[in-house]
Design a protein around this ligand. Sequence first.
Ligand SMILES: Cc1ncc(COP(=O)(O)O)c(C=O)c1O
Ligand SMILES: Nc1c(O)cccc1C(=O)C[C@H](N)C(=O)O
Length: 424
Amino acid sequence: MTFENTKEFAQQLDAQDALNKYRDEFIFPKVNDKNVIYFTGNSLGLQPKRAKSYVDEVMNDWANLAVEGHFYADKPWWDYQERFAEPLSKIVGALPSEVTVMNTLTVNLHLLMVSFYRPTKTRYKIICEEKAFPSDQYMFQSQVHFHGYNPEDAIVEIKRRDGEHNIRTEDVLAKIEEVGDALALVLIGGVNYYTGQVFDMKTITAAGHKAGALVGWDLAHAAGNIKLELHDWNVDFAAWCSYKYMNSGPGNASGCFVHEKHHNNPELPRFAGWWGHNKERRFKMEPTFDPVHGADGWQISNLPVLSLAPYLASVEMFDEIGMDALIDKRDRITSYLEFILKEIDKEVDSSFEIITPSNPLERGCQLSVFLHGEGRALFDYLMKNGVITDWREPNVIRLAPVPLYCSFEDMYNFGQILKAGIIK
Ligand SMILES: Cc1ncc(COP(=O)(O)O)c(C=O)c1O
Ligand SMILES: Nc1c(O)cccc1C(=O)C[C@H](N)C(=O)O
């Protein structure tokens, strides 16, 4: 499709966009009395207007029913998480029994490592990506220490080639083969937080299995952003946070995936708690743990229903729209933003380098831009002028035009503000 850098053209794209009406479902912060152009849904999604009524419902049930709310609320609290199974399974490409919601992302990765990182004297290495999100690096290091291994030896990072911003699939596959019999686990961010690169999860999962390892994915930047087929790709486990593309609110609950092939394995260790115990018998207060079938069997504590409420509101909105429609708009709006950036780059005496892959199959909605000719002053200018983006050292701004609430006109307006900020 050929694009034009004009307001009229952007407005025409908005008029043709079936998702444009969802923009009105979100609350935008204002700068100078105008809605901001929000590019940081990859860090914290905007608040869906309908989230408040879901939270109010729990607050009212608590006020009116108190402890009885566990069983007699309209949405009883004791199995509140089961409402997520259907919609969430469609978002991540899983069976309903393979997903659950609980805890937070790094906590869940640690808990899943209990089951899926079981190093032996000879097979103990973990393959991850170079410059993984710091929390993942700390998680790896502490897990490896916990098992008595040396992180420098046990953690194998896949490097970028000199002068390249993204990791090549062929290099991941070569590293898996090289580590071979020593490889216990492959665990990579499905979408890299810094560059927005999408990894070929299907191919990498198959290669990990071929080497005799297990394969998990950190889907913080993938869930609700890209098409996932976790069940069909035969992924062993995965976890994600819900506060980014799934708009559930700051620090909110995480989601987990455990492939059904692991559900009935009595050998698999896990850290247990009463919320993972046989649902029908949970309140019989029995002494021996009998896990619920499926990913719910990894639950530990009774759930923070107040925080699940906005997550449920959001997941139901995804269910209404469907990932295919979302991804269709995502590709159009991301390509339009890419076009705008290139147009502005031609018009000004500066130089931007988009370090995210240009192939739509290798990216979600994030474009990470290296500002060669500009520095932090440009980022500050954008923020002051109502463009909410984020700055990552040394010189990168990340722009995520989230298809649920960003408009094509936002992209055009952003280009004009960017140009004024550079010429100034
Ligand atoms: C890839 C990745 N992993 C882990 C985290 C940490 O998540 P949490 O603080 O919810 O554990 C984040 C985001 O903060 C992330 O982007
Ligand atoms: N969760 C965050 C927070 O509470 C404060 C600041 C940033 C975050 C983030 O989520 C960062 C995000 N994972 C990233 O990709 O940079």
